[in-house]
Design a protein around this ligand. Structure first.
Ligand code: EPU
Length: 348
């Protein structure tokens, strides 16, 4: 038994907002071999929460139940054998354990000349959390590079390899996220389909600008560097200023509704959503900034001065202070634009 179990656990170092909170019990899953035992323990708890790097949640209060923190490590390139034979070259399958830190994993894939994840560099979080919300940035979504996910059902204890097509990926969502209230899955590892051939994706305006003066396409490493530079310029480092990235999703609305909003507000950034034909994604940051929230502070809870979609903890804000600020922002955007903002961050 190598499980690490703590009762009345302090969660303040385990969430990117850095808010004070405690859990009735915290179990660390560091070795995949212990997963069945952890699932059996979780099954007896009144409530269970799965935690990766804690970079996409807000503890609005203490957690009255068991938290399972997944810290398993390991990366394997499946270049030979029966699995790899079923994929078309130059695709290469790579397995990564759920507890691998995401950005380190992305850098490692590049060091192995495996391409596809470079636009997703520097996203905080773990490999296992990435499919839960189908992370995306700078023109690429995780789902484009997922082959399958290996997970255990918290309800039945059954292990399954779930093909990407069955993960119900959508903008910042998947069956793993939707299932949070119902049947639930503990993700053990993710199998990625990557490429030996670079395929630069420079559709996102910030990236197009970064490489505007070049005649040669940038290398995947240069794209990752540019993405890191853009992120560092716009988004606060959670190690220095507590935050969980975008607090709200960008609203996806009908084309007709977007047109009427843009007639009134011509500057409103709006993009077609390729995964939902006829639907338009509008920039939540713009709506929030326009309501006057950028840089606002309520005590130690605030809206970041460089990006209105990012709520921050300036020091000793409580989770409930940040949740209250989020509720105020949501109400003011609804009142001014008639648009409903949905949290991207999971509020516990
Ligand atoms: N904007 C404002 N005010 C601001 C910030 C941005 O008006 O304070 C405008 C910008 O001018 C731009 C538009 O809003 O036209 C979009 O801004 P940005 O390019 O920064 O992207 P975003 O839509 O705010 C999304 C993701 C980010 C991801 C970036 C880049 C969501 C919820 N967020 O942000 O993901 O890094 O695109 O692809 O989809 C995250 O999920 O935590 C996250 C940071």
């Amino acid at each position: 038994m190598s499980l690490h179990i703590t009762d009345n656990a302090d969660l303040s170092a385990l969430n990117a907002f850095g808010v004070a909170a405690r859990a009735q019990r915290l179990i660390e899953l560091a070795h995949e071999a212990d997963a069945d035992q952890v699932v059996a323990l979780a099954h007896t708890a009144s409530r269970t929460l799965l935690l990766g790097a804690g970079s996409n949640l807000l503890f609005a209060s203490d957690f009255d139940g068991t938290i399972v923190r997944i810290t398993t490590r390991g990366r394997t390139i499946l270049e030979s054998g029966s699995v790899a034979e079923r994929v078309q070259p130059p695709t290469v399958l790579v397995d990564a354990a759920a507890g691998e830190p995401w950005h380190e994993f992305v850098l490692w894939t590049l060091s192995q000349s495996l391409y596809g994840l470079e636009n997703l560099a520097l996203i905080p979080g773990s490999v296992g959390a990435a499919p839960v919300q189908n992370i995306g940035a700078y023109g690429v979504e995780l789902r484009e590079h997922v082959h399958s996910v290996e997970a255990i059902s918290l309800d039945t204890g059954e292990r399954q390899r779930i093909a990407a097509a069955d993960c119900e990926f959508a903008y910042r969502s998947s069956r793993f996220r939707r299932s949070q209230a119902g049947s639930r899955w503990l993700i053990l590892s993710v199998r990625f389909a990557l490429s030996r051939t670079p395929c630069p994706r420079l559709t996102y305006p910030d990236l197009r600008t970064a490489f505007a003066n070049r005649t040669e396409p940038p290398t995947p490493e240069q794209i990752a560097d540019a993405v890191c530079a853009i992120r560092r310029r716009k988004l606060p480092d959670p190690a220095k200023l507590g935050n969980a990235g975008s607090f709200f999703r960008n609203p996806v609305i009908s084309a007709a509704r977007a047109q009427s909003l843009q007639a009134q507000y011509p500057q409103l950034p709006a993009y077609p959503d390729p995964s939902q034909p006829g639907q338009i994604k509008i920039a939540a940051a713009w709506l929030i900034e326009r309501c006057g929230w950028k840089g606002v502070r309520r005590g130690d809870a605030g809206v970041h001065a460089n990006h209105a979609l990012v709520l921050v903890n300036h020091g000793s804000a409580r989770g409930s202070d940040i949740a209250a600020l989020a509720a105020e922002i949501r109400e003011s955007v609804a009142a001014q634009f008639g648009v409903s903002l949905e949290p991207e961050v999971v509020i516990v």
